[in-house]
Design a binder for this molecule. Structure first.
Ligand code: ASP
Ligand code: MG
Length: 405
Protein backbone atom coordinates (compact mmCIF):
# COMPACT_ATOMS: atom_id res chain seq x y z
CA UNK A 1 0.00 0.00 0.00
CA UNK A 2 1.31 3.40 -0.92
CA UNK A 3 0.56 7.01 -0.19
CA UNK A 4 -0.39 8.87 -3.37
CA UNK A 5 -0.93 12.61 -3.74
CA UNK A 6 -2.88 13.66 -6.81
CA UNK A 7 -3.47 17.22 -7.95
CA UNK A 8 -6.16 18.23 -10.44
CA UNK A 9 -6.06 21.64 -12.12
CA UNK A 10 -8.89 24.02 -12.89
CA UNK A 11 -9.77 22.60 -16.31
CA UNK A 12 -9.90 19.06 -14.89
CA UNK A 13 -12.58 20.13 -12.38
CA UNK A 14 -14.17 22.66 -14.74
CA UNK A 15 -17.77 21.40 -14.47
CA UNK A 16 -19.81 18.79 -12.63
CA UNK A 17 -19.15 16.10 -15.24
CA UNK A 18 -15.41 16.62 -14.92
CA UNK A 19 -15.58 16.62 -11.13
CA UNK A 20 -17.31 13.24 -11.32
CA UNK A 21 -14.60 12.03 -13.67
CA UNK A 22 -11.93 13.11 -11.17
CA UNK A 23 -13.85 11.36 -8.39
CA UNK A 24 -13.78 8.12 -10.40
CA UNK A 25 -10.04 8.35 -10.94
CA UNK A 26 -9.40 9.09 -7.27
CA UNK A 27 -11.61 6.20 -6.13
CA UNK A 28 -9.89 3.86 -8.58
CA UNK A 29 -6.50 4.79 -7.09
CA UNK A 30 -7.82 4.17 -3.57
CA UNK A 31 -9.32 0.82 -4.54
CA UNK A 32 -5.94 -0.32 -5.82
CA UNK A 33 -4.98 -0.27 -2.14
CA UNK A 34 -3.50 3.22 -1.76
CA UNK A 35 -4.05 6.02 0.72
CA UNK A 36 -5.00 9.02 -1.38
CA UNK A 37 -4.70 12.76 -0.77
CA UNK A 38 -6.18 14.90 -3.53
CA UNK A 39 -5.39 18.58 -4.04
CA UNK A 40 -7.65 20.60 -6.31
CA UNK A 41 -7.59 24.02 -7.91
CA UNK A 42 -10.60 26.26 -8.26
CA UNK A 43 -12.91 25.34 -11.14
CA UNK A 44 -11.49 26.75 -14.38
CA UNK A 45 -11.88 30.53 -14.67
CA UNK A 46 -13.10 30.96 -11.09
CA UNK A 47 -9.99 32.65 -9.71
CA UNK A 48 -9.98 35.14 -12.61
CA UNK A 49 -13.67 35.82 -12.06
CA UNK A 50 -13.14 36.50 -8.37
CA UNK A 51 -10.25 38.85 -9.07
CA UNK A 52 -12.42 40.63 -11.62
CA UNK A 53 -15.13 41.10 -8.99
CA UNK A 54 -12.59 42.74 -6.70
CA UNK A 55 -11.52 45.02 -9.54
CA UNK A 56 -15.09 46.19 -9.96
CA UNK A 57 -15.00 47.37 -6.37
CA UNK A 58 -11.55 48.97 -6.34
CA UNK A 59 -8.28 49.22 -8.27
CA UNK A 60 -6.31 48.70 -5.09
CA UNK A 61 -7.89 45.86 -3.11
CA UNK A 62 -6.28 44.97 0.21
CA UNK A 63 -4.10 41.91 -0.29
CA UNK A 64 -5.46 40.27 2.84
CA UNK A 65 -9.01 40.61 1.53
CA UNK A 66 -7.92 39.44 -1.92
CA UNK A 67 -6.67 36.21 -0.36
CA UNK A 68 -9.89 35.86 1.61
CA UNK A 69 -11.77 36.23 -1.67
CA UNK A 70 -9.81 34.02 -4.07
CA UNK A 71 -9.33 31.19 -1.58
CA UNK A 72 -13.08 30.56 -1.82
CA UNK A 73 -12.61 29.15 -5.34
CA UNK A 74 -10.77 26.09 -4.05
CA UNK A 75 -13.23 25.72 -1.20
CA UNK A 76 -16.01 25.17 -3.75
CA UNK A 77 -14.13 22.50 -5.68
CA UNK A 78 -12.99 20.48 -2.64
CA UNK A 79 -16.54 20.29 -1.28
CA UNK A 80 -17.99 19.23 -4.65
CA UNK A 81 -15.28 16.63 -5.18
CA UNK A 82 -15.81 15.15 -1.71
CA UNK A 83 -19.55 14.85 -2.48
CA UNK A 84 -18.81 13.16 -5.82
CA UNK A 85 -16.53 10.66 -4.06
CA UNK A 86 -19.25 9.92 -1.45
CA UNK A 87 -21.60 9.18 -4.33
CA UNK A 88 -19.22 6.48 -5.56
CA UNK A 89 -19.37 4.80 -2.17
CA UNK A 90 -16.05 5.89 -0.66
CA UNK A 91 -15.52 8.04 2.39
CA UNK A 92 -13.88 11.41 1.81
CA UNK A 93 -13.32 14.62 3.74
CA UNK A 94 -12.54 18.04 2.31
CA UNK A 95 -10.15 20.31 4.19
CA UNK A 96 -9.05 23.91 3.73
CA UNK A 97 -5.38 24.84 3.97
CA UNK A 98 -6.01 26.10 7.50
CA UNK A 99 -7.69 22.86 8.56
CA UNK A 100 -4.71 20.86 7.34
CA UNK A 101 -2.33 23.26 9.06
CA UNK A 102 -0.49 24.64 6.04
CA UNK A 103 1.47 27.42 7.76
CA UNK A 104 2.84 30.16 5.52
CA UNK A 105 4.61 33.47 5.96
CA UNK A 106 2.41 36.57 5.87
CA UNK A 107 3.18 37.84 2.38
CA UNK A 108 -0.39 37.89 1.11
CA UNK A 109 -1.08 36.83 -2.52
CA UNK A 110 2.36 35.17 -2.86
CA UNK A 111 2.99 33.47 0.47
CA UNK A 112 5.59 30.78 1.01
CA UNK A 113 4.86 27.60 2.89
CA UNK A 114 6.83 27.39 6.15
CA UNK A 115 5.53 24.21 7.71
CA UNK A 116 2.83 21.58 7.31
CA UNK A 117 1.75 19.13 9.95
CA UNK A 118 0.88 15.71 8.53
CA UNK A 119 -1.16 14.76 11.64
CA UNK A 120 -4.65 15.78 10.54
CA UNK A 121 -4.27 14.19 7.10
CA UNK A 122 -2.82 10.99 8.56
CA UNK A 123 -5.67 10.72 11.07
CA UNK A 124 -8.23 10.92 8.29
CA UNK A 125 -6.31 8.55 6.01
CA UNK A 126 -6.17 6.04 8.85
CA UNK A 127 -9.97 6.22 9.09
CA UNK A 128 -9.90 4.95 5.50
CA UNK A 129 -10.92 8.31 4.05
CA UNK A 130 -9.81 10.05 0.91
CA UNK A 131 -8.49 13.45 1.96
CA UNK A 132 -9.38 16.33 -0.37
CA UNK A 133 -7.31 19.46 0.23
CA UNK A 134 -7.87 22.96 -1.13
CA UNK A 135 -4.85 23.97 -3.19
CA UNK A 136 -3.19 27.38 -3.37
CA UNK A 137 -3.99 28.42 0.22
CA UNK A 138 -2.53 28.40 3.68
CA UNK A 139 -2.73 30.29 6.91
CA UNK A 140 -0.28 32.66 8.59
CA UNK A 141 0.62 33.06 12.23
CA UNK A 142 -2.18 35.59 12.68
CA UNK A 143 -4.70 32.98 11.49
CA UNK A 144 -5.31 34.92 8.29
CA UNK A 145 -5.83 33.05 5.03
CA UNK A 146 -2.95 33.45 2.58
CA UNK A 147 -2.49 32.28 -1.03
CA UNK A 148 0.64 30.99 -2.74
CA UNK A 149 0.55 32.92 -6.03
CA UNK A 150 -1.19 32.01 -9.28
CA UNK A 151 -0.83 28.35 -10.11
CA UNK A 152 0.09 27.62 -6.49
CA UNK A 153 -1.96 24.43 -6.14
CA UNK A 154 0.93 22.50 -7.67
CA UNK A 155 3.07 23.66 -4.78
CA UNK A 156 0.44 22.62 -2.25
CA UNK A 157 0.43 19.12 -3.75
CA UNK A 158 4.20 18.69 -3.77
CA UNK A 159 4.52 20.10 -0.25
CA UNK A 160 1.89 17.69 1.07
CA UNK A 161 3.62 14.83 -0.72
CA UNK A 162 6.89 15.87 0.95
CA UNK A 163 5.51 15.84 4.51
CA UNK A 164 3.55 12.63 3.91
CA UNK A 165 6.63 11.02 2.31
CA UNK A 166 4.31 10.03 -0.52
CA UNK A 167 5.28 7.37 -3.00
CA UNK A 168 4.09 9.53 -5.89
CA UNK A 169 2.84 13.04 -6.56
CA UNK A 170 0.85 13.12 -9.79
CA UNK A 171 -0.05 16.51 -11.23
CA UNK A 172 -3.08 15.91 -13.47
CA UNK A 173 -3.69 18.65 -15.96
CA UNK A 174 -5.19 19.33 -19.39
CA UNK A 175 -2.00 18.39 -21.25
CA UNK A 176 -0.31 14.97 -21.44
CA UNK A 177 2.97 16.11 -19.97
CA UNK A 178 5.89 18.38 -20.74
CA UNK A 179 6.63 18.80 -24.44
CA UNK A 180 9.74 19.75 -26.40
CA UNK A 181 7.77 22.87 -27.44
CA UNK A 182 4.17 24.06 -27.30
CA UNK A 183 2.30 21.57 -29.56
CA UNK A 184 -0.03 24.37 -30.68
CA UNK A 185 3.00 26.05 -32.26
CA UNK A 186 4.97 22.96 -33.27
CA UNK A 187 2.60 20.16 -34.32
CA UNK A 188 5.33 17.50 -34.18
CA UNK A 189 6.54 18.51 -30.71
CA UNK A 190 7.28 15.42 -28.64
CA UNK A 191 6.19 14.59 -25.13
CA UNK A 192 9.21 14.11 -22.89
CA UNK A 193 9.46 10.92 -20.85
CA UNK A 194 11.59 12.71 -18.28
CA UNK A 195 13.10 16.07 -17.53
CA UNK A 196 15.41 17.25 -14.76
CA UNK A 197 14.32 19.65 -12.02
CA UNK A 198 16.79 22.25 -13.29
CA UNK A 199 15.38 22.13 -16.82
CA UNK A 200 11.81 22.20 -15.57
CA UNK A 201 12.59 25.23 -13.41
CA UNK A 202 14.10 27.09 -16.34
CA UNK A 203 11.13 26.23 -18.57
CA UNK A 204 8.65 27.23 -15.85
CA UNK A 205 10.32 30.60 -15.36
CA UNK A 206 10.51 31.08 -19.14
CA UNK A 207 6.80 30.93 -19.69
CA UNK A 208 5.97 27.21 -19.92
CA UNK A 209 2.94 27.14 -17.67
CA UNK A 210 2.93 23.44 -16.86
CA UNK A 211 4.11 23.63 -13.25
CA UNK A 212 4.38 26.30 -10.57
CA UNK A 213 8.14 26.93 -10.13
CA UNK A 214 8.10 26.52 -6.40
CA UNK A 215 6.58 23.05 -6.70
CA UNK A 216 9.63 21.96 -8.70
CA UNK A 217 11.98 23.48 -6.11
CA UNK A 218 10.17 21.54 -3.37
CA UNK A 219 10.26 18.30 -5.34
CA UNK A 220 13.99 18.69 -5.85
CA UNK A 221 14.75 19.63 -2.26
CA UNK A 222 12.62 16.93 -0.62
CA UNK A 223 13.03 14.17 -3.22
CA UNK A 224 9.35 14.01 -4.10
CA UNK A 225 8.65 11.66 -7.03
CA UNK A 226 6.77 13.96 -9.39
CA UNK A 227 4.88 13.33 -12.61
CA UNK A 228 2.80 15.59 -14.90
CA UNK A 229 0.03 13.79 -16.78
CA UNK A 230 -3.38 14.21 -18.31
CA UNK A 231 -6.60 13.93 -16.31
CA UNK A 232 -8.47 13.02 -19.49
CA UNK A 233 -6.61 9.84 -20.50
CA UNK A 234 -4.27 7.24 -19.05
CA UNK A 235 -1.18 7.98 -21.10
CA UNK A 236 2.23 8.08 -19.45
CA UNK A 237 3.13 11.56 -18.37
CA UNK A 238 6.49 13.27 -17.90
CA UNK A 239 8.58 12.44 -14.83
CA UNK A 240 10.55 15.24 -13.20
CA UNK A 241 13.71 13.63 -11.89
CA UNK A 242 17.18 14.31 -10.50
CA UNK A 243 19.77 15.27 -13.07
CA UNK A 244 21.88 12.25 -12.12
CA UNK A 245 18.98 9.93 -13.00
CA UNK A 246 18.50 11.35 -16.47
CA UNK A 247 19.42 8.87 -19.16
CA UNK A 248 19.42 11.05 -22.26
CA UNK A 249 21.28 14.34 -22.39
CA UNK A 250 20.57 16.07 -25.68
CA UNK A 251 22.00 19.60 -25.93
CA UNK A 252 18.50 21.03 -26.06
CA UNK A 253 15.55 19.48 -24.24
CA UNK A 254 12.92 22.12 -24.86
CA UNK A 255 12.14 25.47 -26.50
CA UNK A 256 9.81 28.18 -25.20
CA UNK A 257 8.68 31.64 -26.07
CA UNK A 258 7.31 34.22 -23.72
CA UNK A 259 5.39 37.16 -25.14
CA UNK A 260 4.62 38.74 -21.79
CA UNK A 261 7.71 40.90 -21.52
CA UNK A 262 8.50 44.40 -22.70
CA UNK A 263 11.88 45.95 -23.32
CA UNK A 264 12.68 49.30 -21.81
CA UNK A 265 15.63 51.35 -22.98
CA UNK A 266 16.83 54.34 -21.02
CA UNK A 267 18.78 56.41 -23.51
CA UNK A 268 21.80 58.62 -23.21
CA UNK A 269 22.51 58.06 -19.51
CA UNK A 270 25.76 59.55 -18.14
CA UNK A 271 28.28 56.68 -18.08
CA UNK A 272 29.47 57.12 -14.49
CA UNK A 273 29.93 54.75 -11.57
CA UNK A 274 26.66 54.34 -9.70
CA UNK A 275 24.24 55.04 -12.52
CA UNK A 276 23.17 51.42 -13.04
CA UNK A 277 22.83 51.08 -9.27
CA UNK A 278 20.60 54.16 -9.20
CA UNK A 279 18.35 52.89 -11.97
CA UNK A 280 17.89 49.40 -10.60
CA UNK A 281 17.60 50.38 -6.94
CA UNK A 282 14.62 52.50 -7.90
CA UNK A 283 13.07 49.64 -9.85
CA UNK A 284 13.60 47.23 -6.96
CA UNK A 285 11.94 49.64 -4.52
CA UNK A 286 8.78 49.22 -6.55
CA UNK A 287 9.06 45.41 -6.32
CA UNK A 288 9.35 45.13 -10.10
CA UNK A 289 11.27 42.12 -11.34
CA UNK A 290 13.87 42.73 -13.99
CA UNK A 291 14.74 39.95 -16.36
CA UNK A 292 17.47 40.67 -18.90
CA UNK A 293 19.74 43.70 -18.63
CA UNK A 294 22.18 45.11 -21.14
CA UNK A 295 24.25 48.21 -20.97
CA UNK A 296 25.27 49.24 -24.43
CA UNK A 297 28.61 50.45 -25.68
CA UNK A 298 29.27 53.92 -24.40
CA UNK A 299 30.16 56.91 -26.49
CA UNK A 300 31.08 60.46 -25.44
CA UNK A 301 30.52 59.55 -21.79
CA UNK A 302 26.93 58.46 -22.36
CA UNK A 303 25.34 55.03 -22.66
CA UNK A 304 22.00 53.28 -23.15
CA UNK A 305 20.65 50.79 -20.61
CA UNK A 306 18.04 48.26 -21.70
CA UNK A 307 16.16 45.77 -19.58
CA UNK A 308 13.05 43.66 -19.79
CA UNK A 309 10.12 43.51 -17.37
CA UNK A 310 6.71 41.86 -17.40
CA UNK A 311 4.28 43.81 -19.60
CA UNK A 312 1.90 43.95 -16.66
CA UNK A 313 4.45 46.05 -14.76
CA UNK A 314 4.51 48.83 -17.38
CA UNK A 315 1.89 51.04 -15.68
CA UNK A 316 3.83 50.84 -12.41
CA UNK A 317 7.22 51.48 -13.96
CA UNK A 318 6.29 54.45 -16.16
CA UNK A 319 6.21 57.14 -13.44
CA UNK A 320 9.49 55.81 -12.17
CA UNK A 321 11.07 56.09 -15.60
CA UNK A 322 9.88 59.68 -15.77
CA UNK A 323 11.70 60.54 -12.54
CA UNK A 324 14.74 58.62 -13.69
CA UNK A 325 15.01 60.61 -16.85
CA UNK A 326 14.87 63.87 -14.93
CA UNK A 327 16.91 62.64 -11.93
CA UNK A 328 19.69 60.60 -13.58
CA UNK A 329 20.24 62.93 -16.47
CA UNK A 330 19.07 60.50 -19.13
CA UNK A 331 17.67 61.89 -22.37
CA UNK A 332 14.59 59.72 -22.80
CA UNK A 333 13.24 56.20 -22.53
CA UNK A 334 11.43 53.89 -24.92
CA UNK A 335 9.16 50.93 -24.22
CA UNK A 336 8.92 48.16 -26.79
CA UNK A 337 6.02 45.82 -26.18
CA UNK A 338 6.32 43.89 -29.43
CA UNK A 339 9.05 41.54 -28.29
CA UNK A 340 9.22 37.85 -27.49
CA UNK A 341 11.74 35.99 -25.42
CA UNK A 342 12.86 32.83 -27.15
CA UNK A 343 14.74 30.27 -25.07
CA UNK A 344 16.36 26.87 -25.50
CA UNK A 345 16.98 24.78 -22.38
CA UNK A 346 18.96 21.61 -21.78
CA UNK A 347 21.36 20.20 -19.20
CA UNK A 348 23.28 18.77 -22.16
CA UNK A 349 24.59 22.31 -22.78
CA UNK A 350 27.00 21.74 -19.93
CA UNK A 351 28.83 19.22 -22.11
CA UNK A 352 27.86 20.10 -25.70
CA UNK A 353 29.48 23.16 -27.20
CA UNK A 354 28.25 25.19 -30.13
CA UNK A 355 24.60 25.37 -29.09
CA UNK A 356 24.57 29.17 -29.25
CA UNK A 357 26.23 29.21 -32.66
CA UNK A 358 23.70 26.73 -33.99
CA UNK A 359 20.79 28.70 -32.54
CA UNK A 360 21.92 32.06 -33.88
CA UNK A 361 22.80 30.55 -37.26
CA UNK A 362 19.35 29.03 -37.68
CA UNK A 363 17.65 32.29 -36.70
CA UNK A 364 19.85 34.26 -39.10
CA UNK A 365 18.99 31.88 -41.92
CA UNK A 366 15.31 32.44 -41.18
CA UNK A 367 15.85 36.22 -41.26
CA UNK A 368 14.97 36.68 -37.61
CA UNK A 369 16.72 39.52 -35.85
CA UNK A 370 18.06 39.10 -32.32
CA UNK A 371 18.24 42.19 -30.14
CA UNK A 372 19.34 40.88 -26.75
CA UNK A 373 20.95 37.64 -25.59
CA UNK A 374 21.32 36.14 -22.15
CA UNK A 375 22.62 32.77 -21.06
CA UNK A 376 22.89 30.52 -18.07
CA UNK A 377 24.65 27.19 -17.77
CA UNK A 378 21.66 25.31 -19.22
CA UNK A 379 19.80 28.03 -21.13
CA UNK A 380 20.15 30.54 -23.95
CA UNK A 381 17.53 33.26 -24.33
CA UNK A 382 17.15 35.85 -27.09
CA UNK A 383 14.83 38.76 -27.52
CA UNK A 384 13.30 38.74 -31.00
CA UNK A 385 10.35 40.55 -32.61
CA UNK A 386 7.05 39.16 -31.34
CA UNK A 387 5.79 38.61 -34.88
CA UNK A 388 8.61 36.08 -35.47
CA UNK A 389 8.07 34.10 -32.27
CA UNK A 390 6.18 31.13 -33.70
CA UNK A 391 8.41 30.77 -36.72
CA UNK A 392 11.50 30.93 -34.49
CA UNK A 393 10.28 28.07 -32.29
CA UNK A 394 9.51 25.97 -35.37
CA UNK A 395 12.90 26.69 -36.93
CA UNK A 396 14.82 25.79 -33.77
CA UNK A 397 12.71 22.72 -33.10
CA UNK A 398 13.81 21.19 -36.38
CA UNK A 399 17.35 22.59 -36.17
CA UNK A 400 17.89 20.74 -32.88
CA UNK A 401 15.96 17.72 -34.19
CA UNK A 402 13.61 17.68 -31.22
CA UNK A 403 10.95 15.86 -33.21
CA UNK A 404 13.23 12.79 -33.29
CA UNK A 405 13.53 10.34 -30.39
N1 ASP B 1 -6.77 28.78 -8.54
C1 ASP B 1 -5.46 29.35 -8.51
C2 ASP B 1 -5.13 29.99 -9.85
O1 ASP B 1 -5.97 30.01 -10.74
C3 ASP B 1 -4.40 28.37 -8.11
C4 ASP B 1 -4.20 27.21 -9.04
O2 ASP B 1 -5.01 26.95 -9.91
O3 ASP B 1 -3.20 26.52 -8.89
O4 ASP B 1 -4.08 30.51 -10.02
MG1 MG C 1 -1.78 25.25 -12.97
Amino acid sequence: MGVIVQKYGGTSVGDSGRIKNVARRVVETKRKGNQVVVVVSAMGGTTDKLLEMAKQITDTPSERESDMLVSTGEQISVALLAMAIHDLGEDAISLTGAQVGIMTDDIHTRARILEISPTKMQEELNKDKIVVVAGFQGINIKNDITTLGRGGSDTTAVALAAVLKADMCDIFTDVDGVYTADPRIVPNARKLREISHEEMLELASLGAKVLHSRSVEFANKYDVPLCVRSSFNNSEGTYIVKEKDIVEEPAVRGITTDVNEAKITVKHVPDQPGIAAKVFTKVAEYNINIDMIIQNFSEDGYTDISFTVARGDIPRITPLLDTLVSGAGAREYTIDKSIAKLSVVGIGMRSHSGVAAKMFGALAKAGINISTISTSEIKISCIIPEKDAKKAVQVLHSEFELDKE
